[in-house]
Design a protein around this ligand. Sequence first.
Ligand SMILES: [Zn+2]
Length: 149
Amino acid sequence: MAKQEIQDYIIDPNVYVCDPVPQETPDQNRIYPFYDHLREGRLTTTRCKDCGHIMWPPRIVCPECISDNLEWEDFPPTGKIYAFTVQVGGVPPGFKAPLVYALIDFDNGIRIISPLVDTDPDDVAVGKEVVLKVVDAPRDRVLFFFKLK
Ligand SMILES: [Zn+2]
């Protein structure tokens, strides 16, 4: 029996190519203003105008009261590292080791987990301040990370 090749199982190998970057346009994503705000250098999320709940990630319906009466709100300009870890091997494609992941607390009560970029792991400590870092992604999209202030 001949050795089986991947072409024996699929029609087009490209159907299995994964694009991990979110679709960021109005026809593909109902929270697309989030990405427009990132392009302006602003990290935002949604707040419920009926009950006041601030949610993360941004949503189109409040998880507390099921209202869709939401508004966009900016994050505070800095967050503080609550905890962090350093990954030295097996990092995701496109990233370079070592990679620092941090839990970041903001004064609005939101805690975000994110990689820290442009950051020497030896400089990271609990309590240090971080700021937003927006990075261009393929096909006119953006991703967000944080870096030490
Ligand atoms: Zn609500």
